[in-house]
Design a binder for this molecule. Structure first.
Ligand code: UTP
Length: 464
């Protein structure tokens, strides 16, 4: 039986009595989880048992044994005809405009739903506040969540059709994110069309596969990776609901990239015209050493190869025109056929082991904050679904238009660089429209101009 993010099988810890749960953990060599149980207050004991009931011990044992985790691809080749590059010539523009019309029609007909992944723990940010709440508007300070919602709202208003939205959340982010959205009245989006899909979590383990405790009464749980999107949408009954409502395409993006086109008619248009099952956006890598997953072909199918799995000679290999052979970096923006998503949810995705730094309590109940990686987390990756698709497409976009993720509190890929890149984006729009950009900070509301095309249209200018 494979350790995939598929529906659990067999008896579940969730169906056992308290005593049986403790025994099941002891039998699995995880009895230490209840080391502090006798001293816990009643509500803390209940919290610990609730954490324990969420654990699939049999799956964890298989994952800890690592025999069933995903393997790095054996041989890779550069992408072929699935790579689409919109050039600057007239034919290319016509193609782009046709895709735009097609995408708009799909949205207008209610065939597109948006999924925003916001379930990550954001450990590198070192903040307890989920990234969704992070202020990003250079002048307004609008939070990331609002930034995305307003881009969706623009299209819903323009096309006269509400767009179904699902926010992927996890145990780490659900409560605060949902409260925040409700508190702000869904940022103007009709609540009927917004759903939360909660992904599952798994325990972090030490080098011996022993479950770590985040506190005396809490298991150190971590979300199951963005690949958990498929199962979470299924568990929230959204895949069925959307299917019944005629949705065909899921427009997927991640909360931490304020530049991404949360809903992009051009991308949706290319995706549907190509009858693609799994489409992706890419940007040219800055350098061979850039730490970003790249698109390639594995076993004849498109795939994403993580930077850590790309050998240095592969990373720097160039083709006849001097371009990097594996130079298309993934920006984690996808258009996914709904039927394909349903099949991935049924089959599940393989888990990857990630070595991480996880604070935990030791045998004496003392909190330990390790300097380096001390634990293993198990994660599934959304892009692992890609090689299962028969028809795929990778649309190259410009980094300055669509990619500036917030990963770290400071330095590269931080709130500061995202703010800088947003301002630079707006400046570019103004420059190309023949306007003088004011010095200092600058912001266009996504409600009025989610992209350059909309900005130019608002000035009565044609698309470049
Ligand atoms: P990252 O892999 O960068 O993780 O997620 P992260 O949680 O944001 O940050 P670190 O690695 O802990 O510092 C990329 C995107 O995928 C989402 C995140 O919310 C982010 O938008 N994500 C990640 C999920 O929704 N669920 C997950 O389990 C993991």
């Amino acid at each position: 039986m494979s350790s995939k993010d598929a529906p659990p099988q067999g008896p579940r810890t969730s169906e056992l009595s308290d005593r049986e749960v403790v025994r099941a953990f002891e039998d699995a060599g995880q009895g230490h989880v209840f080391r502090f149980l006798p001293d816990l207050r009643r509500d803390d004991a209940a919290a610990l048992l609730a954490d324990a009931r969420s654990v699939d011990l049999a799956q964890l044992a298989r994952l800890a044994a690592s025999s069933e985790c995903a393997a790095a691809p054996a041989a890779i080749e550069p992408l072929g005809e699935e790579l689409v590059r919109i050039g600057d010539h007239d034919d290319a523009r016509r193609l782009r405009n046709a895709a735009h019309d097609r995408g708009q029609a799909e949205i207008r007909e209610g065939r597109v739903a948006v999924v925003i992944a916001a379930g990550g723990q954001g450990t590198r940010m070192g903040s307890a506040v989920p990234k969704a709440l992070w202020p990003v508007g250079p002048r307004s300070g609008k939070p990331l969540l609002q930034w995305h919602f307003e881009k969706i709202l623009f299209w819903a208003r323009k096309l006269g059709r509400p767009v179904p939205v699902a926010l992927l959340v996890s145990d780490a982010t659900a409560q605060i994110t949902e409260d925040f959205v409700r508190w702000h009245s869904f940022f103007g989006v009709d609540p009927t069309w917004v759903r939360f899909a909660r992904q599952r979590s798994l325990p972090a383990v030490d080098a011996e596969g022993r479950i770590l405790l985040a506190a005396k009464h809490r298991i150190a749980l971590a979300p199951n990776g963005h690949g958990g999107t498929f199962a979470a949408l299924r568990d929230a009954k959204l895949l069925d609901l959307w299917h019944d409502h005629g949705v065909r395409t899921i427009s997927y993006c991640q909360i931490d990239n304020p530049l991404v086109r949360t809903l992009d008619p051009v991308f949706v248009g290319f995706h549907t015209r190509h009858e693609s099952e799994f489409s992706s956006k890419s940007v040219a890598k800055r350098s061979p050493a850039e730490r970003v997953g790249v698109f390639a072909r594995c076993g004849g199918r498109a795939c994403v190869v993580e930077y850590s799995e790309l050998r240095p000679e592969q990373a720097s290999a160039v083709d006849q025109s001097g371009e990097l052979m594996f130079g298309q970096g993934s920006i984690a923006a996808h258009a996914i056929d709904l039927g394909f998503a349903r099949s991935v949810a049924r089959e599940g995705l393989p888990f990857h082991r990630a070595s991480k730094r996880v604070a935990h309590v030791d045998a004496h109940g003392r909190l330990v904050s390790p300097e380096g990686a001390n634990a293993v987390k198990f994660e599934t990756f959304l892009f692992d679904a890609l090689p299962r698709a028969h028809r795929t497409l990778v649309l190259e976009t410009r980094r300055s238009d669509e990619f500036s993720p917030i990963k770290n509190a400071e330095g590269e890929d931080s709130p500061e660089t995202a703010r800088r890149d947003l301002i630079e984006l707006f400046r570019g729009w103004m420059r190309r429209a023949g306007r003088d950009a004011p010095p200092g900070s600058l912001e266009f509301s996504p409600l009025e101009a989610p992209d350059e095309h909309a900005y130019r249209a608002s000035l009565g200018l044609p698309w470049k």
